[in-house]
Design a protein around this ligand. Structure first.
Ligand code: SF4
Length: 280
């Protein structure tokens, strides 16, 4: 918590407006994020006090009404997961065996339903505080148009991402990688629902250089983005202002990849990881 506070304070001083908690394990298991004893969210409170809005990715398996009743009144958005409306496929891919419940005639994971019930999906001036991460793989791509329709019908922003081959995805890469034609097929289905330029919003130009500020892992190491490490320093030993400069310099040297038209292009970081690992 002390280290998160240092980053939050110094980042706020540099003008940061948002903090995104992603790819560092399930935040609801982390006492800096959620204090079970007093049902409190110390990191969100600290960030909000410093003018920073918090966006948290969660697998939603641990959320309860009691937590959400408190969270709804804070400056934060939640991003759950919905990779498939087929519970067996979704549970397999997310590696979380969830309870599924019915909402508007469709079975969805209970955690996502609770976040809807708490009002995170209430749309105000076209914006919502609830998103759902939808990772595209060969096992779930065919059901993604239905997932997206459900999310849009219910005020939930779909965050469609092509797979980044790290961790489990790297080990199972050949089974998860889209086969030729599947990517273009999915783009064709999604374009009429989301507008043909929807991929620009999510993937264009390599998000790492355009949208991510400073990212660090659970050991304080500074990263290019939440997915790709960079050996430029650690938040424990250097001020955030110095680390920010270093990471921006580092990013400038990363390659950018040509985007295919009419498909869902992977972000530059994902392509770079594939290149480094020699994956096809
Ligand atoms: S660069 Fe790619 S992996 Fe990194 S945050 Fe952006 S979209 Fe995600």
């Amino acid at each position: 918590m002390k280290e998160h506070k240092k980053v939050t304070r110094e980042s706020a001083g540099l003008g940061a407006k948002y903090m995104v908690i992603a790819m560092v394990g399930e935040p609801f298991m982390d006492s800096a994020f959620y204090n079970r004893k007093n049902n409190a969210f110390p990191l969100i409170d600290y960030a909000n006090e410093h003018g920073i809005y918090v966006v948290t990715f969660t697998n939603a398996s641990l959320v309860t009404e009691k937590m959400l009743d408190v969270l709804i009144n804070k400056g934060c958005s939640l991003i759950g997961k919905l990779w498939s409306l087929n519970s067996a496929i979704d549970d397999e891919l997310t590696v979380v065996k969830k309870r599924w419940v019915e909402r508007k005639g469709i079975m969805i994971p209970k955690g996502l339903a609770l976040m809807m019930d708490a009002g995170f999906n209430r749309v105000n001036d076209g914006t919502t505080r609830l998103g759902a991460d939808v990772i595209v793989t060969a096992k779930n791509y065919a059901g993604i148009p239905k997932v997206v329709e459900f999310l849009l019908d219910n005020g939930i922003k779909p965050i469609i991402d092509t797979m980044i081959p790290t961790g489990r995805a790297k080990v199972n890469y050949s089974a998860l990688k889209l086969k030729p034609g599947q990517n273009a097929w999915l783009y064709k289905q999604l374009a009429p629902i989301l507008g043909k330029d929807f991929v620009k919003d999510e993937f264009v130009g390599g998000c790492a250089t355009k949208q991510v500020g400073l990212a660090y892992d659970n050991f304080g190491n500074v990263k290019v983005c939440c997915a790709l490490g960079a050996n430029v320093g650690n938040i424990r030993t250097e001020p955030i202002s110095e680390l920010s400069k270093k990471i921006y310099e580092y990013r400038k040297k990363l390659p950018t990849y040509e985007k295919e038209i009419g498909t869902l292009p992977a972000c530059d970081t994902a392509e770079f990881i594939k290149d480094q690992a020699g994956l096809p």
